[in-house]
Design a protein around this ligand. Structure first.
Ligand code: NAD
Length: 286
């Protein structure tokens, strides 16, 4: 088999001296913050964009200049986010789709590309939590979680790949979890689905990176959303298990998602970014 030579995601121009060395201290105008974090001219699809982390990412992308498609299980919430996005002056397409179904995933992809064009930035954010003691976990429960949290992300990425490959660039951001890195009590199926998503992120980078596509994952710790409402209430009453002594807010995850989607993240490839207030760091006396 012939090995592909890597075509790295479009490098940022660096000012060089007569010997081709980067000029120390020079500031390239493309590296100024307004351009660096701009998504002008980009088309983004954010799954689970009706609320929580997905909503925050979708709005942030629109404010950075992208046209944004959002998808969720029902129209409840999507309409409000769509109108908030349109207020920024960007186009928005809202699609109600159950991403547990391959047919629905295909319909979502076809609708978005027909209405907005080929997708430049895909954020696989839709997910469900599932909490049950290991001894009570049944296969159908495990497969339901895996189907949405892992397979939907992989399949939607497969559908976006040809368009990104044709353009020679694209970004896929998978929203995993600290649960994919360390176990949480009663979260076996959820944690396994996020571990698998982390591995698929690296796999995508290895197989699609040579086409100019960057594939990365964000692992949030506990964030104040509907999914985590009970756990947030519990931690606020009984104490936080991190180093910042509070839970995260959806906007804080959106900042990382903007950096990774824009030229600011041009050197980020195949990596997993923790945003967890230090919950995965533990220090002890031995
Ligand atoms: P949320 O429950 O507030 O939002 C989930 C979104 O996914 C909603 O828009 C919902 O409609 C959509 N969704 C759920 N099932 C779907 C389906 N079958 N088809 C289509 N859309 C579906 O959750 P959130 O906290 O914003 O979570 C977003 C992502 O972040 C998830 O992947 C979650 O696992 C991850 N995450 C959340 C936390 C946290 O503490 N909130 C921590 C780590 C990771």
């Amino acid at each position: 088999m012939k090995l592909n030579i890597y075509k790295i995601a479009e490098p940022i121009a660096v000012q060089r001296d007569s010997k081709g060395r980067a000029t120390a201290g020079s500031i390239d105008s493309d590296r100024m913050p307004e351009k660096l974090f701009s998504l002008k001219g980009k088309i983004a699809l954010v799954t689970g964009g009706s609320r929580g982390i997905g909503r925050a990412i979708a709005l942030t992308y629109a404010k950075a200049g992208a046209d944004v498609a959002i998808a969720a299980r029902g129209m409840n919430g999507l309409n409000t986010v769509q109108s908030d996005i349109e207020k920024t002056g960007q186009r928005c397409v809202a699609v109600s789709a159950d991403l547990s179904s391959d047919k629905e995933i295909k319909r979502l992809h076809e609708t978005v590309t027909a209405k907005l064009g080929s997708i430049d930035i895909l954020v696989n954010n839709a997910g469900i939590g599932y909490f049950v003691a290991l001894m009570d976990l049944a296969y159908h429960q495990f497969s339901d979680v895996l189907r949405l949290n892992t397979w939907a992300a992989v399949h939607l990425s497969q559908l976006c790949y040809p368009g990104m490959k044709q353009k020679g660039k694209g970004v896929i951001i998978n929203i995993a979890s600290t649960g994919g890195i360390k176990p949480d009590i009663f979260a076996g199926a959820y944690s396994a689905s996020k571990s698998a998503l982390i591995m698929f992120t690296k796999q995508m980078a290895c197989e699609w990176g040579h086409d100019g596509i960057r594939c990365v994952a964000i692992c949030p710790g506990l964030v104040r959303t509907e999914m985590a409402a009970d756990l947030v209430a519990h931690r606020e009453k009984h104490g936080f298990q991190n180093l910042v002594n509070r839970v995260g807010e959806p906007d804080e995850i959106a900042g990382m998602a903007l950096m990774l989607a824009s030229d600011a993240g041009s050197y980020c490839q195949g990596a997993i970014y923790l945003m967890d207030g230090g919950s995965t760091v533990s220090a002890s006396w031995g």
